[in-house]
Design a protein around this ligand. Sequence first.
Ligand SMILES: *Cc1c(COP(=O)(O)O)cnc(C)c1O
Length: 226
Amino acid sequence: MLESNLEEVKKRLARAAAKRNASPGEINLVAVTKDVSREAIMEAWKLGLRDFGENRVQEAIPKIKSLPPDIRWHFIGHLQSNKVKYVLPSFQLIHSLDRGKLARALQKEGEKQDKVVHCLLQVNVGMERSKSGFHPDEVEDALIEAARYKSLKVLGLMAIAPFLPEPEELRPYFRRLFQIYKNITVPGVQMKYLSMGMSSDFEVAVEEGANVVRLGSALFGERSEK
Ligand SMILES: *Cc1c(COP(=O)(O)O)cnc(C)c1O
């Protein structure tokens, strides 16, 4: 099932990319493996996937240790400051830098572990009470602050769109984030990744400028909610 799901996803990604005159190779697919077994992840690896995303530190670390070392792991969940030390050695990109306090914790731990921590700034583009992330108006200042931290490198922006039944309703949010992404001019900051789009809305996200999509259920099937 994974193989045919992946084929289908690739087709849909290519079609969405074509709509904005991008090549499929410009879109990075992160396979979200929360609640996915080690066996299913291995199957995805055998099909050529190398970017995987996890959102819970404790569940991810043992999986990561038992899987091939050429996998690039993406941390996509809310990260508590006291877990930062476990995340740094195992994950290549943190998508969820969502508050100033976390930036300071990442800087501090990065310095300690002699690492430059790569991350994306999470933006609460729907300005929802229930979601973490920087308000769109705070992005510039947050980037200026992050640029001062030598052990932290912000490579782009990430958003989780509001929950709305029709993907088309999300287009304005994706468009707004792309505008912010594209217009950033903070010295020392280069915007490389725009991580937006999940299983239910990734085509609209790609049409509006995403170059990273995070897909779980479209690849591995529906999760049983915990
Ligand atoms: C679970 C999750 C995803 C993937 O969700 P699907 O709808 O299964 O594609 C993407 N991003 C984040 C932050 C998630 O927590």
